[in-house]
Design a protein around this ligand. Structure first.
Ligand SMILES: Cc1ncc(COP(=O)(O)O)c(C=O)c1O
Length: 402
């Protein structure tokens, strides 16, 4: 079992008495990860891949180690498939801008996507004449696989889906979707922003072609993310940013791109952040993603049954705990989501997110809640007692209107 008391000792912010239920927006960062970044600044602060002196060599070694840690975390076949980005959004944009589209190509995505996996495709449709089709889930955010069978046709170039909904917490059948897409000749991009931090994710088992996630949601620093690109696509995907570090040969009029990952990482990378992400991978791996998933599932069952038991609280997402991750959105009848969030903070130091969570179509078309929802999301440092306090506070808030 996960030792939550010990884990909490690594998070200074928790010592201020806050109850942090906003990890889906951004997680907290433990001391060993902060230390790992300070080690770079204090001990070997230099550029990477650009110097033969010892500091540059050490920085380059540490960057490579971080890349290999990420490779192992998601079971990628080689470290050249791991491209450091700024965040999930940049990773998805890199794919949208790196594929050479033909007019009439089709992209299939879903109605529950975060804007980072929707607006990107809407823009590509606008610019390149793509056809976009959105598969619709049921009210709980669960899909009928037959709807993907119907939507993915021989014109489909790419299927771009979330692994876990950032509003409903529902799990998407990514492996099954990938199988269908590949039989029809389409590639698959997985937005893993809400899965990689919380459960074992294996790109080879999923079979996906691209997978994007963010360091700041998995105990790492801000400003660093990862785009996995399968070996077979590394040459055909055009980097959307070129310059220092990306080329093999350069002349007066032309250039030749070098191998991955350098070809995709133009300019000086976020070195401290990448090394910090490596530290976060170590931290998570030491606890074990299976243990993290189990811990969150236990807390989520408690949170779901507690909130659903309050008469004027409406809870969204799957009722079956096996079909959801540690994200729960809800509304208190007669009260705006921002008001509920502000009261939770002001009265009990409970941090949640409120609004549309960058998922407007989901709120307007699926939930019919244009003002949004309140979202509580959990992670490795949350406790049973915090969830109990949260439920009791929402209960009190709901009674103020009764
Ligand atoms: C499912 C999902 N996709 C993409 C993103 C965008 O992540 P970032 O802001 O780190 O690029 C988020 C962030 O909340 C998310 O939850």
């Amino acid at each position: 079992m996960l030792d939550v008391v010990n884990i909490r000792n690594d998070f200074q912010i928790l010592k201020t008495g806050v109850i942090y239920l906003d990890s889906a927006a951004s997680s907290l960062t433990p001391e060993p990860v902060i230390e790992k970044m300070l080690e770079f600044y204090r001990g070997y602060r230099a550029n990477v891949e650009r110097g033969i002196h010892r500091l540059s060599q050490k920085a380059s070694d540490e960057l490579l180690k971080a890349r290999r840690k990420v490779q192992s975390l998601i079971n990628a076949g080689s470290d050249s498939e791991i491209i450091f980005t700024k965040n999930t959004t940049e990773g998805i944009n890199s794919v949208a801008n790196g594929i050479e589209w033909n007019k009439g190509d089709k992209v299939v995505t879903t109605l529950l996507e975060h804007h980072s996996n929707l607006v990107v495709w809407q823009r590509a449709a606008r610019r390149s004449g793509l056809k976009l089709e959105l598969v619709q889930p049921d009210k709980e955010g669960l899909f009928n696989i037959g709807d993907f069978e119907r939507a993915i046709d021989e014109k489909t170039r790419l299927v771009a889906v979330a692994h876990v909904s950032n509003v409903l917490g529902s799990l998407l059948p990514v492996k099954e979707i990938t199988k269908i897409a590949h039989t029809r000749g389409a590639e698959v991009l997985v937005d893993a922003a809400q899965s990689v931090p919380h459960m074992p994710v294996d790109v080879r088992a999923l079979g996906c072609d691209y997978l994007a996630f963010s360091g700041h949601k998995m105990l790492g620093p801000t400003g660093i993310g990862v785009l996995f690109v399968g070996e077979g696509l590394l040459k055909s995907l055009e980097p959307f940013c070129v310059g220092g570090g990306t080329i093999e040969e350069g002349g007066l009029e032309d250039y030749e791109l070098g191998p991955s990952p350098a070809r995709f990482e133009a300019g000086t990378p976020p070195i401290a952040e990448a090394i910090g992400l490596g530290g976060a991978v170590d931290y998570i791996s030491k606890i074990g993603l299976g243990e993290i998933e189990k811990h969150e599932r236990g807390l989520m069952e408690k949170m779901y049954s507690g909130l659903s038991g309050i008469s004027n609280v409406e809870v969204y997402g799957p009722s079956d705990p096996k079909k959801r991750a540690g994200i729960l959105s809800f509304n208190v009848e007669g009260m705006g989501p921002h008001d509920v969030a502000a009261i939770l903070d002001n009265t009990a130091k409970i941090m949640v997110r409120s609004g549309q969570h960058c998922a407007m179509p989901l709120h307007t078309k699926l939930l019919n809640r244009p003002n949004g929802t309140v979202r509580a999301s959990i992670y490795v440092y949350n406790t049973k007692e915090e969830i109990e306090k949260f439920i009791a506070t929402v209960d009190e808030i709901s009674r103020t209107l009764a």
